[in-house]
Design a protein around this ligand. Structure first.
Ligand SMILES: NC(=O)c1ccc[n+]([C@@H]2O[C@H](COP(=O)([O-])OP(=O)(O)OC[C@H]3O[C@@H](n4cnc5c(N)ncnc54)[C@H](O)[C@@H]3O)[C@@H](O)[C@H]2O)c1
Length: 387
């Protein structure tokens, strides 16, 4: 993809790209507001030593589709700061970034969490602008909602899996599930799927895989994760090489670790009936096509793992209220949204002979196009004038 900002612009956006820098702290950053036709643009704020305008623009576009696919009324945006998040100068750089964007934040953009940023950083960004409404993802002590601690994303992944299984005639009760990655997403998915009656027979971390014929003890694994992190699998006992997880004899596979782990070869030989993408981009485009041809159902990442954005939407709404968000409300909405969206995408994919990713993107694009048309943001129709 080109690094020329103008080459990034197409019929959808970006509407605005703001590049900022500060010589004193070495801060270099960018805010990309991709498309706000369906509502104020929203997306996290990333800090990494290599972040580029192109990367932030692509992430902002992904947010445009994600909000529209989930049918929540925000547009897509993302911000990026090119800096090492481990540096002791992080706070000064965050403050410089917030100051540089004071014209845009919070009127057009609200800071949020992404790679390299913590809840405490969100508090610093908001503090610099003297407005707690300038960021979401704040610590609980400032009224924030601890997404990862509550496991909102994994909960939604499990709800999507349940609804998708029903759609393809697979009973989740007793179904064998393999989950790659036992982090914030994977562990919460395992807990919820177990509650829904599934048997979690495989889990893995970067440190190795556990594969069992009977259900693994998810509660024990969660406790071990708290104590040992990724080494929870070693602490549980019977660990095998991490990659073997993908070959687990199971009906449902949830890749919840990282991108590109399901390629075309695996798609050709897997015996699972349903894949639910907990991680972002875990299945390659080739694999998606193969799975579709083989009739293996798949719930795309931006449909299944959108629990976090539902929580973010609640947090956006609660910024000007003294009442903290009630997690019970968030879980209820995530459940209904993730279920409905998973069913819609699988049904549309079948009806229109598209892969689920294609079906979901078309649905999202249609919603954005309609909003743009209603707001008269599309090119005017040529009007023929006769004398
Ligand atoms: N946390 C969220 O709310 C959220 C929301 C949407 C998408 N995601 C995506 O979900 C994925 C996981 O995020 P997370 O927050 O759970 O991260 P995390 O860091 O909490 O956990 C990642 C887990 O994946 C494991 N892992 C890494 N490489 C592995 C490998 N090769 N084999 C097996 N396991 C491996 C790690 O050991 C860890 O257990 C990422 O793609 C992230 O972008 C997360």
């Amino acid at each position: 993809m080109s690094d020329n900002v103008f080459d990034l612009m197409d019929q959808w956006g970006p509407e605005k790209v703001v590049c900022v820098s500060d010589q004193r702290t070495g801060m270099r950053g960018v805010l990309v507001i991709d498309n706000s036709a369906r509502g104020m643009a929203k997306g996290g704020t990333r800090m990494s030593p290599t972040v580029s305008v192109t990367e932030v623009a692509r992430l902002a576009r992904a947010m445009t589709w994600k909000w529209a696919a989930v049918d929540l009324f925000h547009g897509g945006a993302k911000a990026g700061i090119r800096f090492d998040p481990a540096s002791t100068e992080k706070e000064a750089v965050l403050r410089a970034f917030a100051r540089a964007l004071r014209n845009e934040v919070p009127a057009e953009y609200v800071f949020g969490l992404d790679m390299g940023l913590t809840e405490n950083d969100a508090a610093v960004l908001a503090d610099e602008l003297g407005d707690l409404g300038a960021a979401v993802g704040l610590p609980r002590a400032l009224g924030g909602l601890p997404y990862d601690e509550l496991g909102v994303t994994g909960f939604g992944v499990a709800e999507a899996a349940h609804a998708a299984a029903e759609t393809i005639g697979l009973d989740v009760v007793g179904a064998r599930v393999a989950i790659q990655g036992f982090g914030a997403v994977g562990a919460a998915t395992a807990q919820r799927l177990r509650e829904l009656g599934a048997q979690v027979v495989g889990v893995s971390t970067a440190g190795g895989a556990l594969i069992a014929t009977d259900a693994l003890d998810v509660d024990r694994l969660v406790e071990l994760r708290t104590a040992h992190g990724d080494d929870c699998v070693q602490a549980y006992g019977g660990v095998r090489p991490a990659d073997e997880l993908l070959e687990t004899d199971a009906e449902i596979l949830v890749p919840a670790a990282r991108e590109d782990v399901v390629g075309a070869d695996l798609a050709r030989r897997t015996t699972v009936k349903l894949i639910v993408e907990g991680a972002n981009l875990p299945t390659t485009t080739d694999a998606q096509q193969v799975l579709h041809e083989r009739g293996i159902a798949l719930v795309p990442d931006f449909i299944a793992n959108a629990g976090g954005i539902v929580a973010a939407a609640y947090s956006m709404d609660a910024r000007r209220s003294p009442f903290p968000v009630d997690p019970a409300d968030v879980f209820t909405t995530i459940s209904s949204k993730m279920r409905a969206n998973a069913v819609t995408v699988l049904t549309e994919s079948k009806r229109r002979a598209l892969t689920p990713h294609e079906a979901a993107l078309e649905l999202a694009a249609e919603r954005v196009r309609t909003a743009m048309a209603l707001r008269r943001q599309l090119p005017a129709q040529r009007v023929s004038v006769t004398a």
